[in-house]
Ligand binder design. Structure first.
Ligand code: AMP
Ligand code: MG
Length: 336
């Protein structure tokens, strides 16, 4: 199969995408967070294709994407008032909301859970695609399971060239990390995965917001959080202090390797003469650059040394979560 990257100059691209989706194919598409790998959420066969293509564990559910006018009332059983308020405040945008499901979509989307995760992306490319197909599209990130999510069409192509027919190119993703996943089944909203829509932003509309932390040994409420994830394909080391990172870097150099340090702008100032990949100074910029730099690092370094950024404001909770997981610095993760 030839994999075509279709950009804005190809006028018939959404019509073509609709045809592929109706034929049960999987199509990759731009969103404001990362590229997604989408299929018709009503079709068992199409949804299972996504799991097979990614090598995704069968218990890690998918998010369903819809266009801004799509009526979700047939897909969800109930919606608390705070969730309706959050939808009007932040959607379309990088916020996924988990509701009690009516079970109308394929049972493979939610992997046996009685809930359904729904997202309305703001990317004009994603909106045009979703509007054209006018179906809920089940879509995880367009990376092979465990690898770093793609933030350009070219990166998605590298993972799936030859196995999907089409990638809808919308340029580089402005957000850079996956959506915030928010459980809206209880009296108070609860963040299952941190992202660009922060706890403060949710609290300011909903009045309150909890953050879910899985207890040791417990199966997490958001099954994806149990897995090692976002990992670059090279050796890694992770430090909270610059000195430790310097030592690991120099040891690798002495052993004949080519190390590289991924760090924020503050740490970068202490690392003159070292090979570095600079994340930036604010949460928004760090989110935007993180995955591109992880991919760059795995391409040029024998050892990628991460230094934990100092900032804690804005969307840093999401950035730190991805970074710690990419470097294997989060405990209790399974291998596949
Ligand atoms: P991805 O699309 O690859 O970024 O992964 C989707 C994330 O959403 C994973 O962490 C899933 O575990 C989570 N997710 C999807 N559906 C549900 C659901 N019904 N309940 C809880 N978490 C979900
Ligand atoms: Mg993913």
């Amino acid at each position: 199969m030839r994999t075509e990257i279709a950009n804005a100059s190809f006028r018939g691209r959404f019509v073509l995408a609709k045809r592929y989706i109706e034929e049960g194919e999987v199509v990759a598409f731009h969103t404001e967070t990362v590229y997604g790998l989408g299929a018709n959420a009503f079709s068992d066969e199409a949804v299972l294709k996504i799991f097979a293509l990614k090598g995704r564990p069968a218990d890690n559910p998918l998010i369903v994407h819809v266009h801004r006018e799509y009526d979700i009332s047939s897909l969800i059983d109930s919606e608390p008032p705070y969730a309706a308020a959050l939808r009007s405040a932040y959607l379309p945008g990088p916020l996924t909301m988990v509701y009690p499901s009516t079970g109308k979509v394929s049972k493979y989307v939610s992997c046996g859970l009685n809930t359904l995760a729904i997202r309305v992306p703001s990317s004009p490319t994603a909106q045009a695609f979703l509007k054209e197909v006018d179906l809920p599209i089940a879509a995880p990130s367009a990376n092979l399971s465990k690898h770093v999510s793609p933030v350009t069409a070219r990166r998605a192509w590298r993972g799936f060239n030859g196995s999907i027919p089409l990638i809808l190119d919308g340029g580089a993703c402005s957000g850079g990390i996956e959506s915030t996943v928010l459980d809206c089944t209880g009296d108070v909203p609860q963040i299952l995965r941190e992202g660009l829509v922060t706890r403060e932003m949710i609290s300011s509309v909903a009045g309150d917001c909890k953050v879910y932390r899985a207890q040791t040994g417990e199966r997490p409420k958001s099954p994806g959080m149990a897995y090692k994830h976002y990992s670059p394909r090279c050796r890694t080391a992770y430090f909270t202090e610059v000195d430790g990172a310097k030592r690991a870097y120099l040891e690798e150099k002495e052993a004949g390797g080519s190390p590289c340090i991924l760090c924020d702008s503050d740490a970068a100032r202490e690392l003159a003469g070292y090979d570095i990949l600079e994340l930036g100074a604010t949460g928004t910029v760090m989110a935007q650059r993180l995955y591109a730099l992880l991919r760059k690092g795995e391409g040029c370094a024998t050892l990628l040394v991460g230094i934990e950024p100092r900032a804690r404001d804005g969307c840093m909770a999401g950035v730190l979560n991805r970074m710690r997981r990419a470097f294997g610095a989060e405990h209790g993760m399974e291998e596949s």
